[in-house]
Design a binder for this molecule. Sequence first.
Ligand code: GLA
Length: 404
Amino acid sequence: MAKEGFLAEGRLGGDLTGWFDVHSLLDMRKLFLTALAVVTPFFAADLASTPPMGWNSWNKFADKVDDKTIREIADAMVSSGMKDAGYVYVNIDDTWEGDRDAQGNIQPNAKFPDMKALADYVHSKGLKIGIYSSPGPKTCAGFEGSYQHEAQDAKTWAAWGIDYLKYDWCSADKVYQPSEMQAVYKKMRDALKTTGRPIVFSLCQYGWQDVWTWGASVGGNLWRTTGDIQDNWKSMSIIGFDKQTGHEQYAGPGHWNDPDMLEIGNGGMSRTEYTVHLSLWAMLAAPLLAGNDVRSMSDETRDILTNKEVIAIDQDPLGQQGRRVSKDGATEVWVKPLANGDLAVALFNRSDQMADVTAYWPVLGIDGKHKVRDLWRHASAGTVRDGYSADVPQHGVVMLRIAR
Ligand code: GLA
């Protein structure tokens, strides 16, 4: 429960991981983006100007994905309100690939009789469609990759009407040296560019070689920062809380750190834990790719995934990735500056019991009285001086928007 009018008692509890000066951070970010624009010939800020949102088949369906499922998912994205909430990409992950024809053109396998017709169907719903491949000879699931067919595959996908490519390293290790990785990704970036079709380029190589430092320069609109997420609290929280630190400066409009797809609604976490999952991904300005069966999701799952106030934090046009500003045992306070000067603030409790968590204004770089809104209660949390304190349930979050 929120304690309004909280007064700091003169002692800032816990290990403050750094005083946070929003303005110098914004200046640093401007400098970084200017430098990046100079060194990056293909700086795709027009594509993915906010973190991509949509759905991907892998987490729920793995190899059990086919044309019928994708059509039904597209229907459900519209009828469930997911599309209205901003989820537009319907992405087919691994296992769609068939053999190449005599001219070397990639064919879908029997599960996908006509990719062009499928893309047309998805587009007819006002959605976009994504696909998956590997720079290696085989994908992670052992299907045909794009090795030595890069330009040809890009052309094929563009002709089908594909809007998004996830390009997964997998067997590329067998044919390339690690030192060639950037050139290999650039090669596909160039192939996609040559098609003339705007195609979001998603790098998937598990965060190797500090990809966040060069992902944008090879044309990546997003890049995975870790290995695969699993549908449990430990996996989600380690990836989200512990593995993203230090990457903040590399994210911005057109190029995002990707802590992997959402597991919300897949059954391995509690409602409260899934609430943390969406809140944390929003604070991280992460791509939001739902990974559940949206055809049959519960109201509870839909309400989490479509919380427009939390999504607005993720999609804020400033594109500043949030960061932890204080930590006290298993509780953490995170902040994300927003385009209109407001701050998104999340009070996280990673412990196994209820905890009192406080965001002290000086730690957020503000002072005086501020209007606070609770983004999960969809209600005002009052006008508060000095700091905001709340009881946060175990494995839970209180997420706030603080007006400036
Ligand atoms: C890798 C990726 C996953 C998924 C599978 C498909 O493990 O990291 O996200 O695409 O391959 O085989």
